[in-house]
Write a protein that binds this ligand. Structure first.
Ligand SMILES: Cc1cc2nc3c(=O)[nH]c(=O)nc-3n(C[C@H](O)[C@H](O)[C@H](O)COP(=O)(O)O)c2cc1C
Ligand SMILES: [Fe+2]
Ligand SMILES: [Fe+2]
Length: 401
C-alpha cells in the first residue's frame, strides 16, 4: 500500500519513517524514530531526488511506482551518497534501467565504491552551478561539500523555489501524518531533536555550513525539502537563523548547563548546591545533567545550546570519569568553542580529573575558564562554601544579558 504525499502540483513525497531503529548511525538514540525523505517530480521528464534507507525500501519503492503510474523514471538526482539515502539506488536501477543518474565526480566515485552496477553508462555528470531542465522545471546543482559528506550537493528547483537541501535542515523524529513543519509545534516538540541532529551529525563543519548558507542566501527559496523530518514552507528564515547560530558556534541561549559524573553521589550533591546558589543569584536558565544517565549526543547538543557550562567529575583510575571524558572527546570532535566554563573535580587520594578536564577544554577554541578549579576531597566541606559562592557569582555574571 502506498503512502504518497503531494507537496505541489507535481512534486511528491515518496519517503517513509522508521520507528524501530534504536540507534541512528548505530550511535544516536532516536526515541522518536526518523524519516528518510525522497521526492519525485513529474515534469516532461520524471525526476527522483535521492532514495532511502534499506529499512523503508519497500514503502519507498511502492510510493515511486504509484506516483510514476507506468511512466519511466528519467533521472535520479543523488545529492548525498550516505547509505541512509543511497541504499536503494541499485534497486531503482534494476527497476528503471534507463534512468540517468545525476551527480558530481565524487558522487560517481562513491557509487562505484558502494555498488557494482554500471554507473558510467547512466551517469549525468554535473559541476557546481550546472542546471538540468526537464520541462517546466530547471534544477540547479549547488555543491555543499562536508554538509555532511564531501560529495554532498543541494538542488534548487528554479520553477517553484524548492531547495532540496540534503541532510541540511533535517531532524530526527518520524513523521506522523503532518508533513509540513508549520503544521507541527516545531519549536516545542522538534527543535531539540533538530539541534541534536545538526550538532552531532554536521556540527563539526560549521565553516562549510556557513559557506552553503551564503550560497543559499542568493536563491529565492520558497520551500526547503530536507532528507529527514518535516518540509518547510513557512517561517523558513527562523530555521535558517538557527542554523546560522549553530554553524557559527554562537550560544543559542544565555544559560547555565551543569554536567557532572558521580559514583557515590558527592559530586552530584556539590553541583546541586551550586545550582541552588546560582539560582539564588537570580539565574533562571539552569540545567543539570548526569553524564551517566543522559546520552552523550544530548549532552553535546545542550553544550552547543547554552553559554556557560560546568563540568564536574571524580577522578577515576587517575583519569576523568569515562562518561565525562567521552563528552569532552565528543565536544572536541565537534569543534566545540566559544563558551564560558567551570571545572570541578573530586577524588579521595590523588586528584587529577580537574587538571585533565582543564587540559582538554584548553585544547578547544575560545573556552574561557571563568573560575578557579574547585577540588573536592571525597565530599564538599563547609570551608569550601566561599569558593562555591564565587563560582555561582561567576556563573551569574556569565549569563547576565
Ligand atoms: C574505580 C575507581 C577508581 C578511582 N580512582 C581514583 C583516583 O585515581 N584518584 C582519586 O583521588 N580517587 C579515585 N577514586 C575515588 C573517587 O574519585 C572518590 O571517592 C570521589 O570522592 C567520588 O566522588 P562521588 O561521590 O561523586 O562519586 C576512584 C574510585 C573508583 C570507584
Ligand atoms: Fe548524511
Ligand atoms: Fe541523512
Amino acid at each position: 500500500m502506498n503512502n504518497v504525499r503531494r507537496i505541489t502540483d507535481d512534486v511528491f513525497y515518496v519517503g517513509a519513517s522508521d520507528r524501530r531503529l534504536s540507534l541512528f548511525e548505530n550511535i544516536y538514540p532516536i526515541e522518536r524514530g526518523v524519516s528518510y525523505n525522497s521526492y519525485l517530480v513529474l515534469d516532461e521528464k520524471t525526476v527522483l531526488l535521492d532514495t532511502t534507507d534499506h529499512s523503508v525500501s519497500r514503502e519507498f519503492l511502492e510510493n515511486v511506482e504509484t506516483v510514476l503510474a507506468g511512466r519511466p523514471l528519467d533521472y535520479l538526482v543523488v545529492n548525498h551518497m550516505e547509505p541512509d539515502h543511497c541504499a536503494t539506488i541499485a534497486e531503482i536501477v534494476l527497476r528503471y534501467p534507463d534512468v540517468k543518474i545525476v551527480g558530481n565526480q565524487k558522487t560517481f566515485q562513491m557509487i562505484r565504491q558502494f555498488y557494482t552496477f554500471d554507473v558510467d553508462e547512466r551517469a549525468h555528470l554535473v559541476k557546481d552551478g550546472d542546471t538540468l531542465t526537464t520541462g517546466k522545471h530547471t534544477f540547479a546543482f549547488v555543491f555543499a561539500p562536508m554538509v555532511h559528506w564531501p560529495e554532498v550537493m543541494v538542488t534548487f528547483d528554479t520553477f517553484n523555489g524548492i531547495l532540496f537541501s540534503a541532510d541540511a535542515f533535517g531532524t530526527f523524529g518520524a513523521l506522523a501524518g503532518n508533513l509540513f513543519a508549520d503544521e507541527l509545534d516545531f519549536e516545542g516538540e522538534w527543535l531539540d531533536d533538530a539541534r541534536r541532529y545538526y550538532i552531532n551529525i554536521v556540527g563539526k563543519y560549521g565553516v562549510q555550513v556557513m559557506n552553503t548558507l551564503k550560497k543559499a542566501a542568493t536563491l529565492p527559496i520558497k520551500m526547503i525539502l530536507p532528507l529527514h523530518g518535516p518540509v518547510w514552507r513557512e517561517n523558513i528564515e527562523w530555521f535558517i537563523s538557527k542554523y546560522q547560530t549553530w554553524a557559527s558556534y554562537v550560544p543559542e541561549e544565555k544559560g547555565v548547563l551543569v554536567v557532572y559524573s558521580s559514583i557515590y553521589g558527592n559530586t552530584a550533591n556539590a553541583v546541586d548546591l551550586l545550582a541552588s546558589m546560582t539560582a539564588e543569584k537570580g539565574v533562571k536558565n539552569i540545567h543539570v545533567y548526569d553524564a551517566s544517565k543522559t546520552d552523550v549526543s544530548v549532552l553535546v547538543s545542550e553544550c552547543f545550546r547554552y553559554s556557560t557550562i560546568v563540568f564536574a567529575s571524580p577522578t577515576y583510575n587517575a583519569e576523568i570519569f569515562p562518561k565525562m571524558e567521552m563528552l569532552l572527546i565528543e565536544l572536541k570532535a565537534h569543534a566545540f568553542q566559544n563558551r564560558d566554563a567551570v571545572v570541578i573535580e573530586n577524588g579521595s587520594w590523588a586528584l587529577s580529573a580537574g587538571r585533565k578536564m582543564t587540559e582538554m577544554l584548553s585544547s578547544m577554541k575560545d573556552i574561557r575558564i571563568i573560575a578557579p578549579l574547585l577540588s573536592i576531597k571525597s565530599s564538599l566541606k563547609v570551608e569550601q562554601l566561599e569558593d562555591m559562592e564565587k563560582i555561582a557569582s561567576a556563573l551569574a555574571e556569565s549569563v547576565r544579558e
